[in-house]
Write a protein that binds this ligand. Structure first.
Ligand code: G3D
Ligand code: MG
Length: 289
C-alpha cells in the first residue's frame, strides 16, 4: 500500500470567519477598529483599508478555555454591490449586523436588503444585531425595541435573538457582541480531545466516512507524536483492516478503529486506548454516508 496519509489541519478549526454588514457609514469599520485595538480614530480608519482583521477570543467550555481566532471581514462599498460584497463574506459563519441609531433608514435596509442578501449567499447563520452610535443620544431615531424586533425576525434561524445598542466611540457593548457570536459559533462545534490539546472539530465538516477516517488518523498521529513515525504504523493497521483509502467503507473503518485500540493497548494504559476507541467510533458516527 502506497497511499499517502494526509491528516486534516486541525489548527484551521480554530479560525472562524465572521462579517460585519450594514449600510455605508453606520460604523462597521469603527466597531472593528475599537474592538481590535481599542481606539476610535477617524484618521486610522480611513487608512486601514483592510478587509480582514484577526482577533483572538478566549471562550470558556466545560473542557476548559478555548482560543478562537476570529477573522473579521469588513465589507467595502455600499448597498447595491451585492456581488462584490458577497465575495468578501461567502465564507462567513456568523455576522454582526449594524444599523445607525440616528438614521432609521439603515435599520429598514437591514430588513429589506442585508438579511435577504445573507440568506441568499450564506443561508441561515447566527447574526448579532447592533444599533450603533448609541452615544449620539439626542439624534436617536429609534431604540433597542426596534432593533430587537428585527432580530426577532431571524429567530427562526435557530440561534436565538441578540440585539444590543453599541457605540464605537465609547466601546459600549462591543466586546459583548463579538463574544456572544463567538460563543454561538463554538456551540455549533464539538470539542474533542486530540492528544494533549483541546481542539475543535466541526461536525458539519464530517460528511463522509472518508472525512471521519481523516480525523481518526489525525487524532492517532497527534497522540503518537510525529506523523512521519505514525505513518508506517497507520499503514499497517489500514492494511490489516482492509481499508481502501479511496473509498473507505464504514465497516472497514470500524475494524480499523478497533485494531488501532488493540495496538495502542500495547503501549498505552487500557483505559486510554478504550477511551480513544470510543471517541473515534463517535467521530465515525458523524459521517452521513
Ligand atoms: P462604515 O465602515 O460602516 O462605513 P465607519 O462606517 O466606521 O467608516 O464610520 C462612519 C462614520 O461614523 C465615521 O465618521 C465614524 O467616526 C462615525 N462613527 C462610527 N461609529 C460611531 C459611533 O458609535 N458613535 C459616533 N458618534 N460616531 C461613529 P466620519 O466623520 O469619519 O464620517
Ligand atoms: Mg467601512
Amino acid at each position: 500500500m502506497h497511499a499517502t496519509i494526509n491528516p486534516v489541519m486541525h489548527l484551521e478549526k480554530y479560525s472562524k470567519n465572521i462579517v460585519l454588514l450594514g449600510d455605508s457609514a453606520v460604523g462597521k469599520t469603527s466597531l472593528i477598529q475599537k474592538y481590535v485595538v481599542d481606539q476610535f480614530d477617524d484618521k486610522y480608519i480611513s487608512t486601514i483599508g483592510k478587509k480582514v482583521t484577526k482577533k483572538k477570543l478566549m471562550l470558556e467550555t466545560p473542557d476548559g478555555q478555548v482560543e478562537m481566532k476570529l477573522m473579521i471581514w469588513d465589507i467595502i462599498g455600499q448597498k447595491g454591490y451585492r456581488y462584490s460584497q458577497a465575495t468578501s463574506f461567502y465564507n462567513a459563519k456568523g455576522a454582526i449586523m449594524v444599523s445607525d441609531l440616528t438614521k432609521k433608514e439603515t435599520l429598514d435596509s437591514v430588513m429589506g436588503y442585508w438579511i435577504p442578501l445573507v440568506l441568499r449567499v450564506l443561508g441561515p447563520i447566527p447574526i448579532i444585531f447592533l444599533g450603533n452610535k448609541a452615544d449620539l443620544e439626542d439624534e436617536r431615531q429609534y431604540g433597542l425595541a426596534e432593533v430587537e424586533k428585527v432580530a426577532e425576525s431571524c429567530e427562526a434561524f435557530g440561534y436565538g435573538r441578540y440585539a444590543y445598542l453599541s457605540s464605537a466611540k465609547t466601546g459600549e457593548n462591543i466586546d459583548i457582541a463579538f463574544k456572544k457570536l463567538g460563543e454561538i459559533l463554538l456551540e455549533k462545534y464539538v470539542p474533542i480531545k486530540l492528544g494533549s490539546v483541546l481542539q475543535l472539530m466541526d461536525k458539519d465538516e464530517i460528511s463522509t466516512v472518508k472525512d471521519a477516517l481523516d480525523h481518526i488518523m489525525a487524532d492517532f498521529a497527534d497522540q503518537f507524536g510525529k506523523m512521519e513515525y505514525a505513518t508506517p504504523f497507520l499503514q499497517h493497521q489500514l492494511k490489516i483492516s482492509q481499508v481502501n483509502l479511496n473509498n473507505p467503507t464504514r465497516s472497514s473503518v470500524e475494524l480499523f478503529v478497533n485494531n488501532l485500540a488493540i495496538a495502542e493497548g500495547l503501549y498505552k494504559e487500557a483505559f486510554r486506548s478504550d477511551e480513544n476507541r470510543r471517541k473515534r467510533l463517535d467521530i465515525l458516527r458523524y459521517a452521513k454516508d
